[in-house]
Design a protein around this ligand. Structure first.
Ligand SMILES: [Zn+2]
Length: 447
């Protein structure tokens, strides 16, 4: 088996791996490269393979940095099938339709064919080629056996075990931390080689055990001091996760009812997919979706345009959940413009804020920021609760590999910043005694 590392090598995003066996040539993930921007120029460079020669594509999960170059793959001649776990197909449709708008807006000047690549028709074409399977439903394609395992990262996320010609390889995709909605990441099965994500390879999540208590304290303060609590959250997983935590606190009578506004059209559409695929959630979350009709909770306001007035004008205390999580656009921008210069506002960060982003500036304590070219004073109180991260930290990764340490021949580190990979490599080599490689971009290995 040959593996070529084509994306997700130098940074956390853009996952794209070419695998060749005696009888098959296929991809694992085809993601968008995202750094400071939603989309980078490199996304429009030619692929290192001829898309029409690819037999099929396996998708670990539906984050844009794992699926965002699929439209380009089809545009340039791919005509095979895509396989993933069932909910990933529905999620991918929403994510790609949303990406059409965002990518066109940000990258119009870079690519003359952008309208032909990122359009609705192409998304429909992708969906027509996309087949959803269940976890552990084995697929046999050419000379390859494929099995999807629950990665506990977002709804439908998987790590994938590929076996061919007596060689076994596991591609981790992204591996989940502890998520209130999902089942825990499954144990690593026996494998010869491991292609391992390393986003948090050099970090440990603090507050993991106490995060819900801290969230409760922040909401209690919001109630007591009649504050406006703004939670910027990514539309996929984090918004649903935080919403679930807050509703659970209310229904458990840990906190009184408080008006919650969910102001993210994409997060709302995705919430419906969570409800549809409740069987893929953990038992408590499944029970929650069966027990509560979230559309009819009197304190939860799903904001469409007519409700925008209520969102802005209703008196505090109130909670507003909106996207994007790193404040790089989306409906959160208008909300910030309205509330950032008010002392009764609290902004609670629950996700990673990339260097250079507006979110990072506010989190770093800047007192004056620019939003849409306009200057705003930050009078809001700023809080963070970053242990709601959807990735395993260093300890989580090491513990996950440990039971298989004697069977694994080599680990290849991908999808992480350089420093995270270097730190994680020495940890795996010293503590687990497994030879660990940091592949170079476009490097090919023969296993
Ligand atoms: Zn992900």
């Amino acid at each position: 088996m040959k593996i070529k590392f084509l994306g997700g090598v130098k940074s956390t995003t853009g996952a794209n791996y070419l695998v060749e066996t005696k009888e098959a040539k296929f991809l694992v993930d085809c993601g968008l490269i995202q750094k400071e921007n939603v989309c980078e120029l490199e996304n429009f460079e030619p692929f290192d393979y001829n898309p029409s020669e690819i037999d099929f594509v396996l998708i670990t999960h539906s984050h844009l940095d794992h699926i965002g170059r699929l439209p380009k793959l089809f545009y340039e001649g791919f005509n095979g099938k895509i396989y993933s776990v069932l909910p990933s197909r529905d999620l991918a449709k929403e994510i790609l339709l949303d990406a059409n708008k965002v990518i066109k807006e940000k990258c119009r000047d870079w690519n003359l064919n952008i309208d032909e690549i990122y359009n609705e028709e192409n998304v429909e074409k992708i969906m027509a080629h996309w087949l959803g399977v269940n976890y552990h439903q084995k697929l046999n394609l050419n000379d390859v056996e494929i099995e999807f395992f629950d990665a506990g990262h977002i709804l439908g996320s998987a790590f994938i075990k590929i076996s061919s010609d007596n060689t076994k390889v596991v591609f981790t995709g992204d591996l989940g931390n502890i998520d209130p909605l999902l089942n825990r990441c499954e144990e690593l099965p026996e494998t010869d080689y491991l292609i391992l994500e390393s986003t948090y390879g050099d970090r440990i999540h603090l507050d993991l055990e106490r995060r819900k208590d801290i969230l409760e304290d922040i909401i209690e303060e919001t109630l007591k001091e009649k504050r406006i609590l703004i939670i910027p959250a990514f539309s996929l997983e984090r918004s649903q996760e935080i919403l679930f935590e807050v509703i659970d606190l209310i229904e458990d009578k840990k906190i009184p009812k408080i008006n919650i506004f969910l102001d993210s059209p994409l997060a709302i559409r995705i919430l419906k997919i969570y409800s549809k695929y409740a069987d893929f959630l953990n038992p408590e979350a499944k029970d929650f979706f069966l027990r509560y009709d979230y559309e009819n909770l009197d304190y939860l306001h799903i904001v469409d345009d007519e409700d925008a007035y209520e969102l802005f004008e209703s008196p505090p205390p109130k909670i507003i959940i909106s996207s994007s999580g790193a404040l790089q656009g989306g409906k959160i921008v208008n909300i910030l413009k309205r509330f950032i210069n008010k002392e009764e506002t609290t902004i609670l960060f629950v996700g990673y804020q990339p260097e250079g982003s507006l979110g990072r500036k506010i989190l770093d304590g800047l007192k004056e920021v620019e939003i849409d070219g306009q200057k705003f004073y930050v009078k809001a109180k700023v809080e963070k609760l970053l242990s709601y991260s959807a990735h395993k930290d260093q300890k989580g990764l090491i513990d996950w590999i440990y039971p298989q340490r004697q069977k694994i021949k080599k680990v290849f580190l991908v999808q992480g910043e350089e420093n995270a990979k270097i730190v994680l490599r020495s940890k795996i080599e010293d503590y687990l005694g497994i030879k660990t490689i940091i592949p170079q971009e476009k490097e090919e290995v023969v296993l």
